[in-house]
Ligand binder design. Structure first.
Ligand SMILES: C[S@@+](CC[C@H](N)C(=O)[O-])C[C@H]1O[C@@H](n2cnc3c(N)ncnc32)[C@H](O)[C@@H]1O
Length: 310
């Protein structure tokens, strides 16, 4: 049973709607956001939402608190803060999230791109560039499995223009539609082929580099997720079977016959799943080199599995 969600408070919402300056609105919003559980980002959330409503930079808002706030902006701001108090994610309220320095569209069709996934994109760029640098080797074929908003595939195609073919698969038609919008917006739609289906099954040819940030939360751990994740982001993007590793097991089972010689596989996983992921990789590829990368908080989050020499 869910705990009772925070109840939007008409008094606080009305006070924000009546604010006449940037500073007044910001102070009221921050105070209200701070009063609800899981409110570590109250100040930042209040600033991001006010920047979204006014079209001003956060630095401008902080530097000029005395600037007037138009009544219609105050009302829109009050409505967004009310939704944030009910734990709707900021990226769904603004419709945007920055990832790898790029502005991605975000909505309930897909998971919001996470900062830790930038590690995977950075490692993928290094892997792809090493392959491009090898004499006589053609551009590698890359596949992003479970593409969601397209964050990984789109960032990679945008940041490495020499990549000719990136496949991006997802079982969710909704997620793929958002990913296509992001690819269009970033000018890389012609180089990404979006394919609907289970994991690697839709791929039409063997690939050199497999990238995947698949759902890895065990359903039993759902109650420990923050409200904004559990109540708003798509379940299909969060939960793996049993211990959370069902999708990775499925991926390893589908890999034979779908990899080019010397392929690499880059996998994001949960902070406590390193041993299980290494065991899965070693069972499927006993001779592979496996390199583990930690995130900036020190948790192991990424496996780079090289199945053979480049
Ligand atoms: C954790 S989200 C990651 C989204 C995106 N790659 C990112 O890093 O932000 C996992 C994605 O995998 C997709 N997915 C779940 N099961 C799948 C399956 N069997 N085959 C392909 N995609 C799947 C979900 O729809 C979701 O978009």
């Amino acid at each position: 049973m869910d705990a009772t969600p925070p109840q939007p408070d008409d008094t606080s919402g009305a006070a924000i709607a009546n604010a006449r300056t940037l500073g007044e609105a910001l102070t009221l919003a921050e105070r209200w956001l701070r009063s609800v559980p899981d409110s570590e980002s109250a100040a930042l959330d209040a600033q991001l939402l006010l920047a979204h409503v006014t079209g001003l930079a956060r630095t401008t808002i902080l530097a000029y608190p005395e600037r007037p706030l138009a009544p219609e902006d105050a009302e829109r701001y009050a409505a967004l803060v009310t939704r944030r108090v009910a734990r709707e994610p900021v990226a769904y309220l603004t419709g945007h999230r920055e990832f790898m320095g790029l502005d991605f569209l975000t909505d309930v069709r897909a998971l919001i791109p996470r900062p830790e996934t930038e590690l995977l994109v950075e490692a993928a760029l290094a892997e792809v560039r090493a392959r491009l640098a090898a004499p006589t080797s053609p551009a590698p074929v890359v596949a992003d499995i479970g593409t969601g908003s397209g964050a990984i595939a789109v960032a990679l195609a945008r940041l490495e223009p020499r990549l000719a073919t990136v496949y991006a698969t997802d079982v969710s038609a909704d997620a793929l539609s958002l990913a296509r919008e992001n690819a269009q917006r970033m000018g890389v739609a012609e180089r990404i082929r979006f394919l609907e289906g289970d994991l690697l099954l839709p791929l039409p040819e063997p690939v050199d580099v497999v990238l995947a940030n698949l759902p890895y939360v065990a359903p039993r751990d759902a109650p420990s997720l923050p409200d904004d994740v559990r109540r708003y982001e798509p379940s299909l993007a969060l939960y793996g079977d049993d211990d959370g590793l069902g999708h990775l097991r499925g991926l390893f089972a589908q890999l034979p016959g779908r990899l080019a010689p010397g392929a690499a596989i880059l996998l994001e996983f949960g902070y406590d799943q390193r041993a299980a992921v290494v065991a899965l990789a070693q069972t499927s590829f006993p001779a592979a080199g496996i390199h583990i990368v930690a995130d900036y908080a020190g948790w192991d989050r990424l496996a780079v599995i090289r199945t053979g020499e480049l």
